[in-house]
Design a binder for this molecule. Structure first.
Ligand SMILES: [Zn+2]
Length: 237
């Protein structure tokens, strides 16, 4: 096998590694995972907003219930004094009865408000449960995609490793200056540094070489380095 033929094999393995890297970067599951993560972050924002609304309602309900408890306590205190026998003047007893009535009326209104707050909290609690369930489902979906991606990456990495190893073995038998020229061309010409001349066309750029150019190439000794005059790649005859 000539050095040029070997170089074409090196090119074959390099192309395979490039294709695998491309495939690795564009796994369809990666885009799916991105979409799932986007949905999860929208969901997290809705969840945080709903939790904040529920917190506010629950705080309001707790404040109302604490007011009710304070009024209860006040009513019990007054009633205790009224029935203790300490207060005997009718006028005082009437005033105390009036205060108890006013407190009871206030308590009833606060209890209504507390009940309304509780009713307001119920759909929020349900919404949070629904959002949490959706969040969990998205979490499992993301975990599934991550594990599919990891398995695909491991498979691709293993294939790329085999290609790279074969490439390394072949490259050892390609003269260093030829390999160097190839690498430079490959880095600027989309990964293809060497191409076969098939008939009169370059398989690197797929252009047909002029007949005079083909004739000139044929006159070159087999070990001469010739480049495609269209694309500049190493032509293997
Ligand atoms: Zn070419």
């Amino acid at each position: 096998m000539t050095a040029f033929e070997r170089l074409l094999e090196v090119q074959g393995h390099d192309t395979a590694v490039d294709r695998l890297h491309h495939q690795r970067a564009r796994l369809p599951e990666r885009a799916q995972l991105g979409a799932v993560q986007e949905r999860a972050s929208e969901l997290a924002a809705r969840l945080a907003a709903t939790r904040a609304r529920l917190d506010a309602v629950e705080q309001r309900q707790a404040a109302l219930e604490s007011d009710v408890a304070r009024i209860d306590h006040r009513i019990r205190e007054i009633e205790k004094r009224m029935y203790s026998g300490e207060v005997s003047a009718t006028r005082d007893l009437l005033a105390m009865t009036a205060e108890v009535d006013a407190l009871k009326s206030r308590r009833s209104s606060l209890e209504d408000d507390a009940l309304a707050a509780m009713e307001e909290a119920e759909p929020l609690v349900e919404e949070i449960a629904t959002l949490e369930a959706q969040n969990e489902a998205l979490g499992s979906e993301a975990a599934g995609l991550r594990s599919t991606i990891a398995a695909a990456e491991a498979e691709i990495d293993a294939q790329a490793g085999v290609e790279a190893e074969r490439r390394g073995q072949l490259a050892e038998h390609v003269p260093a200056d030829l390999l160097d020229t190839y690498e430079k061309l490959r880095s600027t010409l989309g990964g293809v540094g060497a191409a076969r001349l098939v008939g009169t066309s370059c398989s690197g750029c797929h252009l047909t070489l002029p007949a005079s150019e083909v004739a000139r190439l044929k006159r070159e000794p087999p070990d001469a380095l010739v480049l495609c005059d269209q694309c500049g790649r190493i032509l293997v005859r």
